[in-house]
Write a protein that binds this ligand. Structure first.
Ligand code: GDP
Ligand code: GDP
Length: 438
């Protein structure tokens, strides 16, 4: 297998060559001068904690005349994004952000590849309070490093290597399998019936999950042009030993499926209501940050509008902590309303991947500030200065404030509710972080 490729991109003079030379550990490095098309980059081999990878220094791209400077930065970023497995975007901590950095960031935000934003020339450690302006680039938490002194490069490489492992795993496991949907819920809730309904009219390929514990069946299908992998955690239950603790193994399977899922479909037997296990599984999915749709199955057995309203209310009440999940009543037996599940999955998945522009978020924050909502503790008043989205899948928002330590759970809930009111985020959990900025 070829070594994973890490591209280092950034405008001239931010310290790319210095950075690459430090990581490629000169005495061990073999510098490949590739001929021909790739003359403008140098490839270096590197190793961190036993994980080998190749570094591409895109710094050598020559500047042409006139406007070619902008063009070359863009090409560099695009080339990096296309050929690399992971991208390190280097910016200059001394000079701060300029228009070229913003241009590169715009390109990199669109790639699906993991991007590490490294702020170089941070020669004095522990000056993280100087980092906040780099959040504006919308590429997540910045990593302070000093290519000349070596500060911070170890932490960055630890995270990078972890990401390379993840990339390798995901390439092995799901080569563009589309939206990964886990069907979870207690035994007999109707998971298999629902899986059959969802897949019966579609061209589908069934594959067992790799490994010795065959605890789920993956079905790959295309519905209305969108690819899905439906993971049915009930599939092989009947083959397992009868005296196994069915509830317990069901739970373990559900957890494993949730780990791989983009969207979890929690199937509930309407005639029985919510079990403790349902609640536990829902809590686990929320913690793992996957999107969720709640399916009230066997709705054909519930009679009369009062009973229906009561069941809905009770379940919504006990699943309040995943209040963002839409609740859809269906019958897997008759097929009634099953179609609505597709729309709910698509919407939850879209929101799970949503990016809200920083300027919209800050207009929203200004409104909250004007409304006077804040937290006080003794003489301390929380002042929120700036907010930006720092991750997707699920969306994560980082707030910069004078005293993040006084933020309460209540206030966090208030902010989450307001975010959800202002920006449609149905179906996905969201995460909030608070950082200090004076
Ligand atoms: P490139 O054009 O992006 O490849 O940048 P270079 O690696 O050639 O570095 C440009 C300049 O920045 C050189 O003078 C380096 O010595 C300097 N430089 C690189 N990294 C650091 C650093 O961490 N701290 C400081 N103070 N200077 C650095
Ligand atoms: P699983 O253990 O969660 O996979 O559940 P199954 O799909 O095997 O369903 C358990 C039982 O419930 C079977 O007898 C199904 O026929 C029945 N069932 C599933 N969905 C419905 C439904 O919507 N309405 C009714 N009345 N029965 C259903």
């Amino acid at each position: 297998m070829p070594l994973p490729l890490v591209a280092v991109v950034g405008r001239p003079n931010v310290g790319k060559s210095t950075f690459v030379n430090r990581i490629a550990q000169a005495d061990e490095a073999i510098v490949h001068e590739m001929r021909g098309v790739t003359r403008d980059r140098s490839y270096h081999e590197a190793d961190w904690n036993g994980v080998e990878f190749k570094l591409v220094d895109t710094g050598g791209i020559e500047m042409g005349d006139d406007d070619a400077f902008q063009g070359s930065i863009r090409n560099q970023a695009l080339a990096g994004a296309n050929e690399a497995d992971v991208i390190i975007f280097l910016v200059d901590g001394k000079t701060g952000i300029n228009a070229d950095d913003e241009e590169v960031a715009r390109i990199l935000r669109r790639t699906k590849k993991p991007v590490f934003l490294a702020v170089n020339k941070m020669d004095t450690p522990n000056r993280d309070d100087e980092l906040w302006e780099f959040y504006q680039l919308g590429l997540g938490d910045p990593w302070p490093v000093s290519a000349t002194h070596g500060h911070g490069t170890g932490d960055l490489l630890d995270a990078l290597v972890e990401e390379l492992r993840r990339v390798e795993l995901s390439e092995e496991n799901d080569e563009d399998d589309g939206i990964n949907v886990a069907i979870i819920g207690r035994p007999n809730a109707g998971k298999s019936s629902l899986t059959n309904r969802l897949t019966q009219n579609e061209r589908s390929i069934v594959s067992d999950v790799a490994g010795t514990t065959r605890d789920a069946i993956d079905t790959h299908i295309t519905h209305n042009g969108q690819r899905y992998t439906i993971v049915d955690t009930a599939g092989l239950r009947r083959k397992s030993q009868i005296d196994e603790d069915v509830e317990y193994y069901g739970f373990v399977r559900a957890m494993r499926a949730i780990d791989r899922a983009d969207v979890a479909l929690l199937v509930i037997d309407s005639t029985l209501g919510l079990t403790d296990q349902d609640q536990r599984v829902a809590g686990f999915a929320a913690e793992r940050g996957c999107a969720m749709v709640i399916v009230l199955n066997k709705w054909d057995l519930v009679e009369g509008p009062e009973a229906k309203a009561e069941i809905r209310e009770r379940i919504a009440d006990r699943l309040m902590f995943v209040g963002y999940a839409p609740i859809i009543a269906i019958s897997a037996l008759t097929g009634k309303k099953v179609d609505r599940i597709w729309e709910a999955i698509d919407e939850a998945y879209e929101n799970f991947n949503r990016t809200i522009p920083t300027n919209k978020l800050n207009t929203w924050l200004a409104e909250i500030r004007e409304s006077g909502h804040t937290v006080t503790k003794g003489k301390v008043i929380l002042r929120m200065k700036y907010v930006t989205q720092t991750a997707t899948r699920p969306p994560q928002f980082t707030f910069f404030a004078n005293r993040p330590d006084v933020v309460t759970d209540n206030f966090e809930r208030f902010l989450e509710n307001r975010l959800r009111e202002s920006f449609d985020l149905v179906g996905t959990p969201i995460k909030l972080k608070f950082k200090k900025k004076d």
